[in-house]
Design a binder for this molecule. Structure first.
Ligand code: NDP
Ligand SMILES: O=C1OC[C@@H](O)[C@H](O)[C@H]1O
Length: 394
């Protein structure tokens, strides 16, 4: 059987760009995916062409891969099928508009944009150009997430009426980040909500919204504690999802922050920060919400089922180690960003224009929730990054 080959262009060469591109290297067969293959055919850096060249070497791209010193050159490369955007949140709208306008398929890092109107404009552009567009919320595509959603839709834990989800990490921003860092800098749409809170919301949504036949947008009330730069360092949200055919009204409690930890000792001692609760029991998902590897099903009849979800890799003998933020996975394991890459390949192979586990409509509803939370708490980013104007130099 001939395999579908997806040729990637990587836009930006920072931390997650490297992790993602490294994850494209192992043969998908090592995770049981037999019908698609990935190749990095180009990378672009806004810093310099040398940086792009170095990046291609680091991720073991083929010798023939092209290095570009600007994003504008990358989108003109006819050999590139799809572009992965890995810039800070502030830049996603401008970068994605550049790619879509050039007729390129796009996988864009979270948070998709700084606000919902920007995302609406991107969706409109993708439709006009008839290209694929997806938010890179990698967690959605993990086998673990598929399992959790299946538990819910199978009725095993009964009608679900509440999900708790926390992604907080003790990072003490004043000790950890320069004021210019993307985690705290308003010019880069920093703060806990768009960076970490989106994962807490992902768990709320994929358990209370994605699993419904006719999902309805929630209302939200929220509170926010601000960092000295005006961005949020802690945000708490209570979402109410209207009743659907399958169940009554449901509540989602999503929290995020940089001063408390969902797993303070790193050993799971504090318990599961994600709990999906129904009339027959609950399914728990352990920290970190962005890359969980452990679940626990607890039913009222006494059943307890614990599962480990190691990310598959190419095997120890390959000598290939995958990495994330300097934290290298054990040999033989992968990071897990390849699942979303496989989804892009499958979508393009099948002619789909969006991801199957998070539709563009769902990404938009989540963005609307984050807009409302920011509005309730007076968090505005600079106009140049909230604007719908394109192109704008930022
Ligand atoms: N899925 C996940 O697990 C993770 C996702 N992310 C997401 O990925 C995105 C990037 O994060 P991360 O890789 O950590 O960020 P980095 O700061 O490490 O990299 C961002 C890159 O964007 C480019 N860039 C262009 N303009 C700017 C600018 N004005 N300021 C800073 N960088 C700029 C640079 O690349 P160049 O010079 O080559 O153009 C830079 O290296 C964010 O959206 C974040 O939320 C981040 C971490 C984990
Ligand atoms: O997406 C992410 O996941 C891991 C976090 O450490 C990082 O800040 C965030 O961007």
């Amino acid at each position: 059987m001939s395999k579908f080959q997806l040729k990637w262009g990587i836009l930006a060469t920072g931390g997650i760009a490297e992790t993602f591109a490294r994850d494209l290297y192992p043969n998908p067969e090592c995770r049981g995916v037999k019908d698609v293959e990935h190749t990095v055919v180009a990378a672009a850096s806004s810093s310099s062409v040398d940086r792009a060249q170095k990046f291609l070497k680091e991720v073991r791209a083929p010798e023939s891969a092209k290095a570009y010193g600007s994003y504008e050159e990358l989108v003109k490369d006819p050999n590139v099928d799809i572009i992965y955007i890995a810039t800070p949140h502030s830049h996603h709208y401008q970068n994605a508009m550049l790619c879509l306008s050039a007729g390129k398929n796009v996988l864009c890092e979270k948070a998709f944009t700084t606000n919902a109107p920007q995302l609406e404009a991107l969706i409109k552009k993708a439709k006009e150009k008839n290209v694929f567009l997806m938010e890179a919320v990698w967690t959605r595509y993990f086998p673990l997430s598929i399992y959790v959603r299946d538990i819910i839709t199978s009725g095993k834990i009964g009608k679900v009426s509440r999900t708790f989800a926390d992604l907080s990490m003790i990072m003490l921003p004043e000790n950890t980040f320069d004021d210019s860092h993307r985690m705290v800098n308003p010019d880069l749409a920093g703060g806990a909500l768009l960076d970490l809170g989106i994962y807490a919301l992902t768990w709320i949504f994929q358990t209370l919204y994605t699993t419904q036949k006719d999902p309805k947008a929630p209302t939200v009330v929220s509170a926010m504690r601000k960092y000295k730069l005006g961005t949020d360092e802690q945000t708490s949200m209570l979402l109410t999802f209207p009743a659907t055919d399958a169940r009554g009204e449901a509540h989602g409690i999503a929290t995020t922050g940089m001063r408390t930890g969902a797993d303070p000792d790193g050993k799971g001692t504090a318990g599961a920060p994600i709990r999906v609760q129904g009339e027959e029991g609950e399914i728990q998902i352990f920290h970190p919400a962005f890359r969980p590897t452990r679940t626990k099903l607890v039913l009222k009849d006494g059943t307890v089922e614990e599962k480990e979800w190691t990310q598959p890799g190419p095997g120890k003998e390959s000598g290939w180690k995958n990495g994330f933020g300097g934290d290298w996975q054990p040999e033989g394991e992968g990071q897990g960003m390849f699942w979303e890459a496989d989804e892009c390949a499958h979508a393009l192979k099948e002619g789909r224009k969006e991801g199957q586990y998070e539709s563009l409509q769902e990404s938009l509803v989540i963005m609307q929730v984050m807009d409302e939370v920011r509005k309730q708490n007076g968090l505005k980013y600079p106009e140049k990054i909230e604007t719908l104007e394109y192109p704008v130099q930022i």
